[in-house]
Write a protein that binds this ligand. Structure first.
Ligand code: ARG
Length: 441
């Protein structure tokens, strides 16, 4: 029974929140005349001592005492005696654990928010330096149209900005205090839930006692937001891995983010990026575990819910380490512009520019221009040259009205510069995006 029932091995991470909750609860009990002020004072002094013991490593946790709540209370009783036994008046472990985990989740939200801001700032700094660094843009991982490295990084700023907004949104909803819901039905003691809510920094008390002890939405929302964020981090990690590979060679990452191979002396493996990609799996897994654990539970509390903690702690630890690693990698990432530009020009990536020119300058309908361009591309393909290198006469052989003005649109730089629509890849637009995001970071 002890082996399956005890949660102290993992829920000891809630010690500070548990003590904080008990201090607020006992202060309220005394204010309401439910316990004596002398009991409150003894409880507060005792809890401070327990806190000190835990933080100095001098506390011995007991499995027989099941969880953090009983471990703290039992030690408190050893220290202050009888007053400790009054602490749990008008409280159950059900509302106690609910408040502890919310306090912990609130900090986890705040940490993630700060880390996302740091990552966004790192991306902005790198993007700002690279608003005009031409790189190939892909669809289907096939060269599509040239874009800029800055624009590409700014795409991730959008994603991490949404992640941050999801975290902020979820934090607003979690900031209600379940303490005082009792086991499930409330209490007959004249408690003041508004007082404890305020003391613990909540916007107010939760409104329904049954929901208060059976709700774990704040964990689910956090892990959902963390999962979506992990998708973004994993995609960025994957791109860094591709960009770093020799056939691409778009970026360099200093050795501090890579490891060598024990056999192949030339290897520089992008382990940090691979682990960012890999850890997304455990974050999704934690979300799935808690969703599945919760879905069939009748109201209100069931012990199944004790299984929430290891999952959410692991998800929070994982998102924290991957955000930190990604921020460091972005700061240290060095683009190789020559290589990006060379590949950007390959694969007839300015074919769309050519077609658009036929529409704009010659008044050819787009569908027909698309067809003409296709024929010009195969001429270049046969000759093994780029569109820019293809002689004018050859193009005129396909469409006689083509003149030398066409060459203005065939370079990757001009292609990129011409994409001035809102949200487009033109350096002026990207610089605007960077400037706007700086006001948000
Ligand atoms: N360790 C328990 C948990 O994490 C605390 C709540 C226990 N409540 C109870 N009625 N047994 O869920």
């Amino acid at each position: 029974m002890e082996a399956i029932n005890a949660s102290i091995d993992f829920d000891q991470r809630l010690y500070a929140q548990d003590i904080q909750g008990s201090i607020a609860h006992s202060a309220m009990l005394a204010k309401q005349g439910i316990i004596a002020e002398s009991d409150r004072d003894a409880i507060h002094q005792g809890l401070q001592r327990v806190l000190g013991e835990i933080e100095s490593g001098g506390f011995t946790y007991s499995k027989a005492l099941e969880d953090i709540h009983m471990n703290v209370e039992s030690r408190l009783r050893e220290i202050v005696g009888d007053p400790a036994a009054r602490l749990h008046t008008a409280r159950s472990r059900n509302d106690q654990v609910a408040v502890d985990i919310r306090l912990w989740m609130r900090d986890a939200h705040d940490r993630t928010d700060e880390q996302l801001t740091r990552l966004i700032k790192a991306l902005l700094a790198k993007a700002e330096k690279n608003v005009a660094t031409v790189m190939p843009g892909f669809t289907h991982l096939q060269s599509a149209q040239p874009v800029t490295f800055g624009h590409h990084l700014m795409a991730y700023v959008e994603m991490f900005g949404r992640d941050r907004s999801r975290i902020r949104d979820s934090r607003k909803r979690l900031n209600e205090c379940p303490l005082g819901a009792g086991a499930l039905a409330g209490t007959s003691f004249p408690i003041d839930r508004h007082m404890t809510a305020k003391a613990l920094g909540f916007d107010g008390p939760t409104r329904n006692s049954l929901d208060s002890v059976s709700d774990r939405d704040s964990l689910l929302e956090f892990m959902s937001a963390a999962s979506i964020c992990a998708v973004h981090l994993s995609r960025l990690a994957e791109e860094i891995i591709i960009w770093m590979s020799a056939p691409f060679g778009f970026v360099k990452l200093p050795d501090r983010w890579t490891t060598g191979s024990s056999m192949m002396p030339q290897k520089r493996n992008p382990d940090a990026a691979e682990l960012v990609r890999g850890k997304s799996g455990r974050i999704f897994g934690s979300l799935m575990a808690v969703l599945t654990m919760m879905k069939g539970l009748p109201l209100t509390y069931s012990k199944d819910m004790q299984e929430d903690k290891e999952q959410v702690f692991d998800a929070a630890d994982s998102i924290e380490i991957v955000l930190a690693a990604m921020t460091g990698m972005i700061e240290d990432l060095e683009p190789v512009p020559e290589r990006m530009a060379a590949v950007a020009g390959a694969g007839f990536s300015t074919a769309t520019d050519l077609a658009d020119w036929l529409v704009r300058d010659l008044g050819i309908p787009f569908r027909d221009a698309h067809h003409v361009t296709g024929r010009i591309v195969s001429e270049a393909e046969q000759r093994g040259c780029t569109l820019e290198e293809l002689p004018l006469e050859i193009m005129q052989g396909v469409e006689p009205r083509i003149h030398k003005g066409i060459f203005d649109v065939l370079s990757v730089e001009n292609s990129v510069r011409s994409r001035t629509s809102f949200g487009g890849t033109s350096p002026v637009r990207v610089a605007e995006q960077v400037a706007w995001w700086k006001t948000q970071a």
